[in-house]
Write a protein that binds this ligand. Sequence first.
Ligand code: AHR
Length: 308
Amino acid sequence: LTVAMSVVVDSHAQDKKITLGFAQVGAESAWRTANTVSVKQAAKDAGINLKFSDAQQKQENQIRAIRSYIAQKVDVIAFSPVVESGWEPVLEEAKKAHIPVVLTDRNIDVKDKSLYVTMIGSDFLEEGRRAGRWLEETYKNNPGPINIAELQGTVGSAPANDRHSGLMEIIKNDPKFKIIASQSGDFTLAGGKQVMEAFAKTYGKQINVVYAHNDDMALGAIQAMEEAGMKPGTDVKVVSFDATKGGFQAMIAGKINVDVECSPLLGPQLMSAVKDIVAGKTLPKRIVTNETVFPMNVAAQVLPQRKY
Ligand code: AHR
């Protein structure tokens, strides 16, 4: 009798296990690595069966992964969209199959908001504004011109679009700020280094500020500037995003001036959203991550508490 009962309990528990299909962007940055670890660990902790795929920063790979999750009839699909546009067809397919979709980290540009349940992640536009406000404050007594070289993230991605627009919103009415060069380094260290090498050759000492859309590109740009005889952090101010440990170490070394936080630790929030969806609860359409700004002078004190 005891054996029979335990079999019943086990099969019941198995029936209840939620399967989540997660389509990740790739492994382009320290941020992304921390995000993947957070999602995997949180799934384990929540007892959720996770199917994970890495799109290597290609939208077509992500679409293929989502289609395979639909075919496998997972309970919920979550993904961090490489770019903002082009998602309607595959999300219509998920909707037809009655599989709820959660967006994490990056947003998408769709008219029909019923194609996803909720979006969990940072407000990239506000991050860009925060960086812009820092620049305004830093240069308030400087008549300019202040020439900015921008290292953009992946073309068409929400963080690249919004970190650019957020900055523009703040500096557009102050003619002393000029973006003299802007190019994508695809959120990678190698990309940031390569683009900065070209900027250094073309603009050299004219550059006052490097505005890098993430820490990996900022770290690559720092290498390129040093190789070109420039002094990041002093001659050239470096503004960056994410606030990874690498970013903090560069601030302590005096080479990044400010790091606007973007938290990758979205796993626990995602898993609780997934459980709520399966339980039939209604979720807010947007769940915004709590974040701040770290100027270089606080870096040494804050680094020991950083988790990524
Ligand atoms: O979408 C979040 C961004 O993507 C992070 O800023 C960056 O490091 C990552 O690659």
